[in-house]
Structures are given as structure tokens and as C-alpha cells.
Design a protein around this ligand. Structure first.
Ligand code: NAP
Length: 249
């Protein structure tokens, strides 16, 4: 008799919009049940849940601020209550507070590091505890090409995204013996709310720096995340894949 195929459960932080929403839909297309985390966007998260359900899988929205330990605990408790396991974690939630170093406040630095790096650390802890026990897991962290190249005005953001690469490689080594893989996707310039406010001159300059001559879509990044999450990708760990139209090579 054929073995029954396990339905995997994915937790996606910041799944209410942008890249996170596209990741939720891409994982739903792989047949995963999706836990859509959000911080403020309740209505947007409900729309993401609906898009996942249209792929024929179950999905739930869970509010939780991942920059706090309580927010992360609440998220994973809700995921366990809904589906009883967590197989895939995508640390996608992220913010920017851009400014040149001499004008960047300590509060701006802390806010970005807390949301982008500490949030991922806290969610990895919650997820790894369960994944190690079940001897299976996929963790994918959203870094950025600015982690590799730096960017004026983004010292806090670039530091958080470079920190995510160190976190990814360290956890890849720690968790490999338990069949838990940890990888990072580094997007380039992607059309989302995060980049919508950039002045036209900056957008033109950034696009000019992309060999494929266009900004990326959230789906371009989601495809790279889905690649690491796929059942067939179990021999990949500690990798950083740039989804950037060739920008960072
Ligand atoms: P976005 O459109 O600004 O969306 C950010 C998402 O993160 C929202 O769903 C937001 O939720 C959530 N979020 C923020 N802080 C949170 C917190 N403390 N707890 C839980 N959720 C939180 O951003 P995006 O462009 O899709 O970017 C997604 C990821 O890709 C980020 O990590 C970003 O740094 C990275 N990235 C983006 C680009 C780009 O060009 N867009 C390039 C490189 C890397 P609510 O709306 O519910 O508050």
C-alpha cells in the first residue's frame, strides 16, 4: 500500500502583503497548509488566507509581533493548535528606517535589528524546537543583496540582513544532523510597499544596475523561497540564493 503523503505546515512571518503574501501562495501551490502571520494588517492577512484557500489548502491568519518573544510564542502556539506541527518557517517580516549614519537614531537602529534579525532568531528557536523533535524542517530567511554589497542610508537594515546570513549558516550547521535545512534568499530591488516610496530617480538608477533590466516581482522572490521549501531540496543547506535579476553578482 502506498504511504500516505504528509501535508506540510508552513509558518510565514509578515505574510499579509508583498513578498510574504506571494510566498504564502507559492507554498499553498506546493500543497502546504499556511499560517499567515501579520503585525498590523488584519484585513490584508485575511486576503492572503483567501488566496491560499483558492489553491485548495487550509490557511489561518495569526497576529503577532515577531520582534517580541511573546509575539513569536503566540504565533507558534496558534500554529500548533491549528495544525499540530510546523514543517516550514519563512522569516520574511521586515522593516526599514533609512537614514545616513550621522542622522540615524539609536531607536531606528534597534527597531530594525529587533524586527529583522531578533525576530528571525526568536522564530527559529520556536520552530527548531519542534522540527528537531520531528526530525524534519525547512527554514528560509529573507536577507537582501544589501547584506552583500552595503547601501548608503541603510546601515541598520544592511547589518540586520547580513546578520541573517550569519544566523542562517550557523543554524544550518547546528540543525543539519536533525534533517533541518536552513537557507537564505537575498532579493534585489522588488516592487512592494517597501520600495514604493523611493523617488523616481532612485528607482531608475536601481533598475539601471540590474542586468535583467527590470525590478523583481514578489513572485520572483517567492519562487526562490519555494525552491528551498520543496521536498526535492532536502540536500541544500546553508546557502544564500540571490533573487535579484543579476544585481549582486
Ligand atoms: P513589505 O511590503 O513592507 O511587507 C512587510 C511585511 O512584514 C508585512 O506583512 C508586515 O506586516 C510584516 N511585518 C513587519 N514588521 C513585523 C513584525 N514586527 N511582526 C510581524 N510582521 C511584521 O515588505 P516586502 O518588500 O514584502 O519585504 C519582505 C521581506 O523581504 C523583508 O524582510 C524585506 O527586508 C525583504 N526584502 C525586500 C526587498 C524589496 O525590494 N522589497 C529587497 C530585499 C529584501 P503588517 O503589514 O501586518 O504590519
Amino acid at each position: 500500500m502506498a504511504e500516505e503523503k504528509l501535508t506540510r505546515t508552513a509558518v510565514v512571518t509578515g505574510g499579509s502583503r508583498g513578498i510574504g503574501r506571494a510566498v504564502c501562495v507559492a507554498l499553498a501551490k506546493q500543497g502546504c497548509r499556511v499560517v499567515v502571520n501579520y503585525c498590523h494588517g488584519e484585513a490584508a492577512a485575511a486576503q492572503t488566507v483567501e488566496l491560499c484557500r483558492q489553491q485548495g489548502v487550509d490557511a489561518v491568519a495569526v497576529q503577532g509581533d515577531v520582534s517580541t518573544a511573546e509575539g513569536c510564542k503566540k504565533l507558534f502556539d496558534a500554529a500548533m493548535e491549528a495544525y499540530g506541527r510546523v514543517d516550514i518557517l519563512v522569516n520574511n517580516a521586515g522593516i526599514t528606517r533609512d537614514n545616513l549614519l550621522l542622522r540615524m537614531t539609536e531607536a531606528d537602529f534597534d527597531a530594525v535589528l529587533n524586527a529583522n534579525l531578533k525576530g528571525a532568531f526568536l522564530c527559529c528557536k520556536e520552530a527548531a524546537r519542534r522540527m528537531v523533535r520531528q526530525r524534519y524542517g525547512r527554514i528560509i530567511n529573507l536577507s537582501s543583496v544589501v547584506a552583500l554589497r552595503g547601501n548608503p542610508g541603510q546601515a541598520n537594515y544592511a547589518a540586520s540582513k547580513a546578520g541573517l546570513i550569519g544566523l542562517t549558516k550557523s543554524l544550518a550547521r547546528e540543525l543539519a544532523s536533525r534533517n533541518v535545512t536552513v537557507n537564505a534568499v537575498a532579493p534585489g530591488f522588488i516592487e512592494t510597499d517597501m520600495t514604493a516610496a523611493l523617488p523616481e530617480a532612485v528607482r531608475t538608477a536601481m533598475t539601471g544596475d540590474i542586468p535583467l533590466q527590470r525590478p523583481g516581482t514578489p513572485e520572483d522572490v517567492a519562487n526562490a523561497v519555494a525552491f528551498f521549501a520543496a521536498e526535492q531540496s532536502g540536500y541544500l543547506t546553508g546557502q544564500v540564493l540571490c533573487a535579484d535579476g543579476g544585481m549582486a553578482m
